[in-house]
Write a protein that binds this ligand. Structure first.
Ligand SMILES: Cc1ncc(C[n+]2csc(CCOP(=O)(O)OP(=O)(O)O)c2C)c(N)n1
Ligand SMILES: [Mg+2]
Length: 367
């Protein structure tokens, strides 16, 4: 019997704005001017917050954190396209999307200073899951939320984020498999930023693309220029429409670059070349979006300066609020481990409290 081909697959790549900000007129989603300006504003705010957090960390005023610079065009358009009933299931490089979704600017500051209060939402109706550094868990969490949401008759989807390194975790594969057979309304966004701590993509997966991993589960996928906010807008709208219409999950690979260190605890110069970083900075998302706005007659240097001053002031205010004295309990984290009480938790809480330093019942050193 001759061999025959039983299946053929292809991976599409979508880019709407090129590196210079020139738009492909046929693919332009033609967003209204106000929406474009709003998108740029979120990206500037997220960048400003990230840069300030790095300064605070270097000054010993904030704990270790994973910088998000360069990832703005992924989660911001996604969060802007999501509806109020949709679930935002993030990891730790989606600060921009979290802000769009309604998380206060103080939340990442509190959280990365070790205060669990930074992970408590002002309103559970925002439907954002807490920052989770557990690599891969976002996929099964989103599948469960999406399935439950559909079971309860809601017209909603769950959108989760995972990194390129995360696609080598079992949770990613198990989650996608269930999502597909259950036709759960899930959109999985793989932020392919080329690095998993100090491991380059080529050393942690032999797959040519991250998108093709979805094909194994019968899930449609698209590779997108993740530095192109307009391409992300087009892709997420297609994906949400697919998921909500009962067709099951969709996977987007957002190709981007981790411009900064993995976390403030490492130095990328030890494991990657500066030429690579320089090339990535030329492709970063804000430069091209700004050029696109300028070409449309919506933006100029004076407007940019005014916006930067405005977001700086917003971040200043958040930092002032964050550094104001608070009277929080040190063992808050124990309140949120399980929905119901658990004897081990009592023991662990007591042990923790016996070990922390007290100063008249208050934390002696917030640093
Ligand atoms: C289950 C699990 N294993 C290992 C780690 C340690 N760890 C933290 S971040 C990271 C790399 C993640 O790389 P990637 O998924 O590409 O995300 P990125 O940091 O690039 O955004 C690892 C291995 C973890 N947090 N969770
Ligand atoms: Mg990565």
């Amino acid at each position: 019997m001759p061999r025959k081909s039983v299946a053929k697959f292809a991976i599409d790549h979508l880019q709407v704005l090129d590196e210079q900000g020139v738009v492909d007129a046929k693919l332009d989603p033609k967003l209204p001017d106000e929406r474009l300006l709003e998108m740029y504003r979120w990206m500037r705010l997220a960048r400003e917050l990230d840069e300030r957090m790095l300064k605070l960390q270097r000054q010993g005023r904030l704990g270790t954190f994973p910088p998000n610079t360069g990832h703005e065009a992924v989660s911001i358009p996604v969060a802007m396209a999501m509806g109020p009933k949709d679930w935002f299931v993030g990891a730790f490089r989606e600060t921009g999307g979290r802000l769009v979704r309604g998380e206060p600017l103080t939340s990442p500051l509190y959280y990365y200073n070790g205060w669990e209060e930074g992970n408590i939402l002002p309103d559970p109706a925002l439907r954002i899951t807490p920052i989770s550094v557990v690599i891969g868990c976002q996929v099964p969490h989103a599948v469960g939320l999406a399935f439950a949401s559909r079971y309860q008759g809601e017209d909603a989807a769950a959108v989760c984020f995972i990194g390129d390194g995360g696609t080598s975790e079992g949770d990613f594969h198990e989650g996608l498999n269930f999502a597909s057979v259950w036709k759960a309304p899930v959109v999985c966004i793989v932020q392919n930023n080329q690095w998993a701590i100090s491991i380059p993509r080529s050393a942690q997966t032999a797959s040519q693309t991250m998108a093709q991993k979805a094909i194994a589960f019968g899930i449609p996928c698209l590779q997108v220029d993740g530095n192109d906010a307009l391409a992300m807008w087009v892709a997420i709208n297609e994906a949400l429409e697919h998921a909500r219409s009962g067709k099951g999950p969709y996977l987007i690979e957002a190709v981007t670059y981790r411009l900064m260190m993995h976390t403030t605890a490492d130095d990328p110069k030890k494991y990657r070349g500066e030429a690579e970083e320089k090339c990535a900075w030329e492709k970063e998302p804000l430069i091209r979006f700004r050029a696109y706005l300028a070409a449309r007659g919506l933006w100029d240097d004076a407007k940019d300066e005014a916006l930067i001053a405005e977001v700086k002031e917003q971040v200043d205010q958040a930092v002032r609020a964050f550094e104001a004295p608070v009277d929080w309990a040190q063992d808050t984290a124990f309140d949120h481990v399980y929905g119901t009480d658990h004897p081990h938790l009592h023991e662990q809480r007591a042990e923790f409290l016996a070990n922390v330093r007290f100063d008249g019942g208050k934390e002696a050193d917030h640093g």
